[in-house]
Design a protein around this ligand. Structure first.
Ligand code: T4K
Length: 407
């Protein structure tokens, strides 16, 4: 169905809202992060091959093929696959010998901060830019101290950090620089694919990512020596039978995960196209709702369009973000408040750094007004039209909604 053929519904009838007692608009839940499934046949064939081969882990052929494909998308020389992005971050941090304090955004999934704290390195939170929701270079300089050894930028929602400015700061203060690119596979920045920025970048292939390996992660880099160390470190430090050269851990990706990852990668173009069509439908249907705006993707860049990020301006829209989320949940639309609370408002950081919020006004602002809506293969423009209708209806019956939510 073309977008134009879908009516721009805006039936103002408070009884139509589930939060006011109507039947939920969706019979089954519409999730954020519903896994995309590529070809079942291809996946099952790969799993059969794996069983026939009896090679399930430890740098198997599917893992190697997966690494080649990811490196090719990221346009990097090396890719080292891992069991998930959190362990990949931890291993990259250790391989780069980060210590003391490392600067990160607080507005990110808590894994970015935990990967440091887990190794007794202090994540020092810097503020974000309001437009891109990524690290504000000025905010980085404000928190550099004599203990700072590195910076981890996060390409949030697939929007790349201001890599040029951050690189200059890293060089000026002699800091190691790496990126959490968990959201940014197949995205570009100023024409260059995400993957080649900093010393290394980390992708996630968790089930909820647009390309998934059930669970999975990968570190990409152009540094051969670093790639070699990363490979040892993900396998207990083994460099061959009986030869342990580094402190290591078990960060290996299994063959079953790589089989899923390869199958998912085969559908990359198709999934991105679905996400793009959904994004354009969101842009179209949500365009005229006052106080509601979408985080924009730059059409000059490669984007994976995997997150639909909605900003609710409390001074314009009569309901706040939490009320909007409650309205959606009642309709079986499981919108998420990513990333609220921000890391500095979560434990252990809340207790360890009780004054962190003083330097994070933009983080506080964005985290209080943003929510993420469903997209991917489980959503289509008809559903998105219904979502816009729900918001429009809530807009016109805001007092009743507020009242209902109090009880
Ligand atoms: N850095 C950043 C910036 C990240 O965003 C992440 C992860 C990481 C690092 C670490 O990457 P990994 O170590 O995970 O590879 C989810 C994901 O678990 C997490 O991977 C992701 N970011 C984060 C943004 O979202 P939760 O706790 O919100 O997940 P959960 O279980 O609530 O699932 C989200 C939705 O997806 C639910 O509504 C249900 C649906 N779902 C989920 C799974 C697992 C399904 O429909 N099927 C499924 O199999 O963290």
């Amino acid at each position: 169905m073309s977008l134009d053929s879908i009516p721009r519904t805006s039936t103002v009838n408070p009884r139509q809202l589930a939060v006011l007692g109507a039947k939920p608009r969706f019979e089954s839940p519409l999730h954020v992060g519903r896994p995309n499934i590529g070809s079942r046949e291809r996946l099952l064939a790969r799993l059969n091959d794996m069983l026939d081969r009896r090679w399930f882990s430890n740098d198997g052929p599917f893992v190697q093929e997966f690494e080649d494909k990811v490196a090719s998308i990221a346009n990097t020389k090396y890719c080292v696959a891992m069991c998930n992005a959190t362990v990949a971050l931890e291993i990259a941090i250790r391989a780069l010998e980060l210590a003391g304090e490392v600067i990160v955004p607080s507005y990110t999934f808590v894994a970015t901060a935990h990967a440091l704290q887990w190794q007794e390195i202090t994540p020092v939170f810097a503020d974000i830019d309001l437009t891109t929701c990524t690290l504000d270079p000025g905010g980085i300089e404000r928190v550099i101290s004599s203990r700072t050894t590195g910076i981890i930028g996060v390409h949030l929602w697939g929007h790349a950090c201001d890599t040029d400015a951050i690189e200059i700061i890293a060089a000026k203060y002699k800091l190691k620089l790496m990126y959490d690119a968990a959201h940014a596979l197949a995205c570009s920045h100023r024409g260059k694919m995400v993957g080649g920025f900093g010393e290394c970048e980390v992708f996630s292939f968790h089930a909820t990512k647009f390309i998934n390996a059930f669970e999975g992660g990968a570190i990409v880099t152009n540094n051969g020596d670093l790639a070699r160390r990363l490979k040892f470190m993900r396998n207990f430090g083994f460099a061959g039978y009986d030869d342990v050269r580094y402190l290591g851990v078990n960060g290996k990706m299994t063959e079953a995960c790589a089989a899923m990852g390869l199958t998912s990668l085969e559908s990359l173009d198709e999934i991105v196209e679905v996400n793009k069509v959904n994004y354009e439908a969101y842009e179209q249907y949500f365009a005229d709702i006052p106080g509601i705006s979408l985080l924009r993707y730059d059409s000059r860049e490669c984007n994976n369009y995997q997150y639909i990020v909605l900003d609710v301006a409390p001074e314009v829209f009569p309901l706040n973000r939490d009320e909007v989320v409650a309205v959606f949940h009642a309709e079986n639309v499981l919108a998420r408040r990513y990333f609220w609370p921000s890391c500095h408002r979560m434990e252990p950081y809340r207790s360890l750094q009780p004054n962190a919020h003083l330097l994070l006004p933009n983080t506080e602002r964005v985290a209080s007004r943003v929510c993420v809506l469903p997209t991917g293969q489980g959503v289509n423009p008809d559903a998105i039209a219904a979502l816009a209708d729900i918001l429009n209806t809530a807009l016109h019956s805001a007092d009743k909604v507020k009242d209902a939510l109090k009880h």
